[in-house]
Design a protein around this ligand. Structure first.
Ligand code: SF4
Length: 368
């Protein structure tokens, strides 16, 4: 997998502003309801927000729009974020659930979560021009599934049934794969040959929960084989590690991210498990309920891997309005991974003399 050098401009999606109106009580009213003892502050987790796979997928759609013009069809949400999807829709992207909603021959982008070989075959049959924006780290798991199925192993795929990524990975080797949703399923799953098993996982799980599931499986199947490397990706692990560090000190943790974003939902769960008194997830600052601030001295803040930084900045502005003007950023890892654009697009951009490559929402502060 290749890694490219730096970018030239931020993504338009990363710079767009949410269109949701904000209504709220005054700071005085909130404070009167439950006075805060101690200084008010924000612990801002880092890393947070856009990962390399999301940046690549969003930029791929933007480049497709620039070079092909609208409409560009995208199968499923390109990434699981309401703001990103709404902004791209306004610019002429048509999101569809299945390929039968795409006109013959139209340009279609596969989302960052990946697709099964059956979807690729259907696209070819329909003569669709495609750009595969599957995150390279998801593709890695697909390749593992294919390899282990060829070795006639049975794969226990830890992940959430119905999630697009799990559907795609499962589709690589359905006869050789059983999906394990949770600890309860790990306790009851039946297999033909307990000595011929390997586990793989969705990339955006809770690290702790996945380890617990593996421990249960290993207790039942001592010869269970580990994957060659971690399937839970660096971005998921890093965001969870940062939240684990700040949560014990937080009265309230706010996670910016959409309800269908697996890694965002996991961040909220992890915050609560690691000691935050309260943890909430919002798409936009306007969804924050000011009653959450009653009696709160320290607010933790982070965002999922598909969230543009502008949405976090919007929350920080709201928090400042409520007296949480002191912001301490807690950095637990540095990330500098950038994936090159999908190969179909690279070839086309090269032909058109377009060598630019934007960084989405991730480097917004640095570029501002
Ligand atoms: S969360 Fe991880 S696997 Fe998913 S797109 Fe980002 S880097 Fe890729």
């Amino acid at each position: 997998m290749s890694v490219t050098a730096a970018a030239t401009r931020p993504s338009a999606v990363g710079l767009g502003m949410p269109q949701v109106p904000r209504t709220r009580r005054s700071r005085a009213e909130v404070e009167a309801a439950a006075p805060v003892t101690g200084p008010k502050r924000v612990m801002l987790a880092a890393p947070r927000g856009y990962c390399a796979g999301v940046d690549r997928a969003v930029v791929a759609v933007e480049k497709a729009l620039e070079h092909h013009g609208a409409p560009v069809y995208v199968r499923k949400e390109i990434v699981h974020n309401r703001h990103v999807v709404d902004t791209l829709t306004e610019r002429g992207v048509v999101f569809v659930d299945e390929l039968d909603q795409v006109p013959d021959g139209a340009l279609t982008v596969f989302s960052a979560h990946g697709v099964s070989p059956a979807v690729v075959a259907e696209a070819a049959e329909r003569n669709l021009e495609t750009i595969d924006a599957t995150c390279p780290l998801v593709t890695k798991v697909h390749r593992e599934a294919v390899r282990f199925a060829r070795q006639d192993k049975h794969i226990l795929l830890i992940g959430h049934e119905g999630h697009e990524e799990v559907e795609g990975t499962y589709g690589e080797a359905p006869e050789h794969t059983t999906v394990i949703n949770d600890v309860a399923e790990a306790r009851t799953v039946q297999v033909d040959d307990p000595d011929n098993l390997i586990w793989l996982s969705q990339t955006t799980l809770s690290v702790d929960e996945a380890l617990e599931i593996v421990a249960v499986l290993r207790e039942r199947f001592p010869n269970l084989q580990d994957p060659p490397s971690d399937d839970i990706c660096y971005a998921t692990s890093n965001r969870q590690a940062a939240i684990k560090l700040i949560s014990p000190e937080c009265d309230l943790v706010i996670i910016v991210g959409s309800a269908n974003s697996s890694n965002s939902v996991r961040l909220k769960e992890v915050a609560f498990e690691y000691g935050a008194t309260r943890a909430e997830r919002v798409d936009f600052a306007s969804q924050i309920d000011e009653a959450w601030f009653e009696g709160v001295a320290t607010v933790g803040l982070s965002s999922g891997a598909s969230v543009p930084e502008v949405l976090v900045q919007d929350v920080l502005a709201l928090l400042a309005d409520y007296g949480y003007a002191q912001v301490d950023e807690v950095v637990t890892a540095e990330e500098d991974i950038i994936f090159s654009l999908p190969k179909e697009l690279r070839a086309e951009l090269k032909k058109a003399g377009d060598e630019s490559r934007s960084l989405g929402g991730r480097r917004r502060d640095a570029e501002a």
